[in-house]
Design a protein around this ligand. Structure first.
Ligand code: GLU
Length: 507
């Protein structure tokens, strides 16, 4: 079998959203599992849609995820150039070849003439299609005589080149995910393969490059499935081998209805882009997973499971493991719902498995950014919080009490749980805690329990009263661990000062 070569072929028309990166990843996994190569080709034939920075964005996103291409715009290779705008001359030659062989033709129809045809059809409640039925009545080298055509060419009348789609053929796309999908060529139109601006269209450039770059498998989004019969017809016209196809399922909105878009992310408060993107014209910023605090490994894991699963319950995979278990045949046919909660869940899993010292270092950086100075043991904070948050930056917001005396108290909990005897209980506990010599969680807890027994106090009331006094909120890790981490002096200070503040709030 010839070498496995796949490609990711984005058009640089803006930032690639999660779906694009998933396509790149599936290409990578497929190739690496079979010892093949993966190529990055930039398909920029539509210059009017070119967006500055989009190409760099793709490379940066993929590299952030932790993988790379073997060949491409950014690193060269034996089949370059890898940017279609640098390959113009190649496409002209192939377009000419099809014309010479009568498989494509010059079309001189002006935009106005085409518009008139469309309007005419609309009046008759139909749609105009430039195909085997209509091409004879249009201004093209099939309808015109050779002399007429030559004259128009000599006069430099602008033209496009159209592919002459032969009718009544059954074109079968043998898809690795979908099986055999048949198309009736009579339904297909004569697509433009070369534009009047001297550039090929996507279709021609795409198949010429896939052939010249020796691409064995085309793995791309489902939206390209309708183009594949044309691509197959083009390969056949040149007498080239047709690569194998796999059309990946669409990424759907969290509701499952419709394609996932940037708007869904904006509305749902989650990013749909791997890394942040700033629109140069509008200044609009699209949020990125990287900037939101997602770990690259977790992001990679999230996108790997969008439409594919290994057929087991296992969900946590690193890149190496993904390469081992990935199987394109296990990619689903139907759209994959994007679940932002599940994305957070993945990051939580990755965070909880990280070494404590790394989490502590991240907390340190986060606190520095917030200009918060603290002397608490960040290793201990990391150990207490790693199971409780999805992002390190949430440690500060959900557990400020580690770093500063609470200034606010959760009014709802105070109203519900702070009882008349709460102040008294906390006061009594001050004496107990003062006498705890070694201020360790288990010893603090022993003192607390002994006191409650002696005084026959309710555990629940005592606990929440103490928690509100020390942390200001109703939940969190073990209060005795918190007390140990913030230290004896700070714990006692809060127990002395805060009950009064809470009482004031209650009045
Ligand atoms: N340039 C196309 C895109 O933007 C590539 C489609 C394909 O992979 O054939 O997605």
């Amino acid at each position: 079998m010839s070498k496995i070569r796949v490609r990711y072929a984005p058009s640089p028309t803006g930032p690639q959203h999660v779906g694009g990166i998933r396509t790149a990843l599936y290409n990578y996994l497929f190739a690496k599992k079979l010892g093949g190569d993966v190529i990055l080709r930039i398909e920029d034939t539509d210059q009017s849609r070119f967006v500055e920075g989009a190409e760099e964005y793709i490379i940066e996103s993929v590299n952030w995820c932790g993988f790379d291409f073997d060949e491409g715009v950014h690193k060269g290779g034996a089949y370059g150039p890898y940017k279609q705008s640098e390959r113009k001359g190649i496409y002209i030659k192939y377009s000419q070849q099809l014309i010479n062989e009568g498989k494509a033709y010059y079309a001189f129809d002006t935009p106005e003439e085409l518009k008139a045809k469309r309007i005419e059809a609309e009046v008759e409640k139909s749609t105009f299609k430039y195909d085997y039925l209509t091409r004879g009545g249009m201004r093209n080298s099939i309808a015109l005589s050779a002399d007429e055509t030559q004259k128009l060419l000599d006069d430099k009348v602008p033209y496009t080149v159209r592919f002459k789609m032969e009718p009544e053929q059954n074109i079968v796309v043998d898809d690795m995910i979908r099986g055999k999908v048949s198309f009736d060529s009579s339904e297909l139109d004569d697509k433009i393969i070369f534009k009047s601006d001297g550039m090929p269209t996507y279709h021609l450039a795409n198949i010429v490059d896939d052939h010249l770059m020796k691409i064995s498998h085309v793995i791309r989004g489902e939206e390209w499935l309708p183009s594949s019969p044309l691509h197959i017809a083009l390969y056949q016209s040149f007498g080239w081998d047709v690569p194998k196809f796999a059309h990946l399922p669409l990424l759907l909105k969290p509701t499952g209805k419709g394609k996932l878009s940037k708007r869904d992310g904006d509305a749902g408060g989650f990013p749909v882009f791997p890394i942040e993107w700033k629109d140069a014209e509008t200044g609009d910023v699209s949020k990125g997973y990287r900037e939101e605090g997602y770990y690259p490994d977790s992001f990679l894991n999230i996108i790997a499971l969008l439409g594919w699963n290994p057929g087991t319950e296992e969900e946590i995979f690193n890149l190496k493991e993904l390469v081992e278990v990935f199987d394109i045949k296990k990619v689903g046919k139907s759209g994959a719902k994007f679940d932002p909660d599940k994305a957070r869940w993945f990051n939580q899993k990755y965070l909880s498995q990280m070494p404590i010292e790394e989490i502590a270092e991240e907390i340190k950086l986060d606190l520095e950014k917030r200009e918060i100075i603290t002397s608490v043991d960040l290793f201990a904070v990391a150990a207490q919080m790693k199971e409780r948050v999805a992002f390190v930056k949430d440690i500060y917001s959900s557990a400020k009490y580690f770093f500063e005396t609470p200034k606010e108290f959760d009014a709802k909990i105070v109203k519900k749980k702070w009882k008349d005897q709460s102040s008294e209980i906390v006061k009594g506990l001050i004496h107990v805690f003062e006498s705890v010599k070694e201020f360790k969680a288990d010893l603090i807890e022993d003192g607390f329990k002994k006191y409650l027994n002696e005084k026959e106090l309710s555990f629940g009331t005592a606990m929440i009263s103490l928690r509100l006094s020390i942390t200001g909120i109703g939940g969190g890790p073990s209060l005795f661990n918190i007390a140990e981490i913030i230290g004896k002096q700070e714990t006692l200070k809060r127990m002395r000062e805060n009950p009064k503040r809470i009482n004031d709030l209650k009045d």
